[in-house]
Ligand binder design. Structure first.
Ligand code: UDP
Length: 358
């Protein structure tokens, strides 16, 4: 099967601007290419993947991330939009492919779906955050049942049509994440530096417990970061930047826990399984995707959302978690093989259901 991947339009692949969906796209490539799928990726200029892959770079202005807009915000397109350019290119190339896979959480690809001659599988990478997006996805799911893939049931449940989404989970090339049995007295926080990620709560917990906190991730909101630093001037925190997986996991695996303090309904939380793959327990707010991943008391703790005292009390019990159980969960549930099986089933289903449409 020949697949045309249409990437996220909020940033070039490899920069972290697209968040976890960048890793998901890479993992689909890693899972599907060895199974004989031919994949062509269309992505904003400057996109890079750490493995050999065919990327056509598309010029144009980036889209504003949907999570930084109001729920009732109308759709806004910049002039010379990379999203519009990318889907114009999809239309030109589509005849040479069996299936188009959309990774953009944007209105346009959903609106265009019935106008294309090839079937489209849409990976919806966030929970419901925009009314106009909810409507656009609902229209597609009515016409093309089975074509909407999500990460978790919890994410799906935020949409009015959630019970009709296909739950794909996620998976990793586990060989890239090294197990560490003997951590330092250090905590980790991973993610885009943006308000919906709630970094300030992890910093508050590090400050109270005087445990060093390593922060890694794309700097999306500098004002937000500066406000946190001003609020906790003496917190033992260190920002290491947005690091490639190899370097990121080298820091992560030496930490005694990952703190996940998201304010929003996290669709999945790729960082949770990356952490487990290194043998690092996860202390997460009990909301969104992480609630479906972390096994409370076995591979981490799920605590009351937005409660710093609960984060701190979970930290006090972290020695109870066997790090080998964390790695084991990643191996059993989040391997690239298991993920490839699920994704392959989904794509074939979309193809056989929708291929005849012209
Ligand atoms: N990440 C990374 N290097 C870093 C910090 C984070 O590559 O230094 C990646 C991480 O691997 C994950 C993504 O950033 O894939 C964050 O995705 P997640 O699903 O946790 O949240 P999102 O940003 O999509 O809300």
């Amino acid at each position: 099967m020949k697949l045309l991947f249409a990437s996220t339009s909020v940033g070039p692949l490899g920069t972290g601007q697209g968040g976890g969906v960048e890793l998901t796209l890479l993992n689909m490539v890693l899972a599907l290419q060895p199974r004989g799928y031919e994949i062509q990726i269309l992505a904003p200029c400057g996109s890079r993947l750490p493995v050999p892959a065919a990327i056509e770079e598309i010029p144009g202005a980036l889209q504003v991330p949907a999570q930084h807009q109001r729920r009732d915000q109308p759709i806004v397109m910049p002039s010379n939009s990379v999203l519009a350019n990318l889907w114009a290119r999809v239309r030109q190339l589509q005849q040479g492919y069996d299936l188009i896979v959309n990774f953009a959480y944007d209105w346009l690809p959903f609106y265009l779906t019935p106008w294309l001659s090839r079937p489209v599988a849409h990976l919806v990478s966030m929970a419901s955050i925009s009314e106009v997006m909810d409507q656009a996805i609902a229209t597609v799911i009515d016409q093309y049942p089975g074509s909407i893939g999500v990460y978790t049931r919890t994410q799906a449940a935020t949409f009015p049509f959630g019970d009709r989404c296909v739950c794909l989970g996620s998976g990793l090339d586990l060989s890239l994440y090294e197990f560490c049995a003997d951590p330092d007295d250090v905590l980790c926080w991973l993610g885009r530096i943006a308000p919906e990620k709630g970094l300030e709560d992890a910093v508050a917990a590090a400050n109270v417990t005087r445990t060093p906190l390593k922060i890694m991730g794309q700097m999306q909101d500098v004002d937000y970061w500066q406000r946190i630093q001003a609020q906790y001037p003496d917190a033992p925190i260190e920002y290491l930047g947005f690091l490639p997986t190899q370097q990121m996991q080298a820091h992560l695996r030496r930490c005694k826990a990952l703190l996940l303090t998201s304010r929003w309904v996290e669709a999945f939380g790729n960082v949770v399984i990356e952490s487990l793959a290194c043998g690092v327990p996860v202390i997460a707010y009990d909301r969104g995707g992480p609630s479906e991943i972390v096994r409370h008391g076995q591979t981490g703790f799920l605590v009351t959302p937005d409660s710093v005292p609960d984060l701190i009390s979970a930290l006090g019990q972290i020695e109870q978690i066997r790090r080998s159980a964390c790695r084991q969960q990643a191996e059993q549930e989040y391997s690239l093989k298991a993920y490839g099986d699920v994704v392959e089933r989904w794509l074939k289903d979309v193809y056989y259901r929708d291929a005849p449409k012209v």
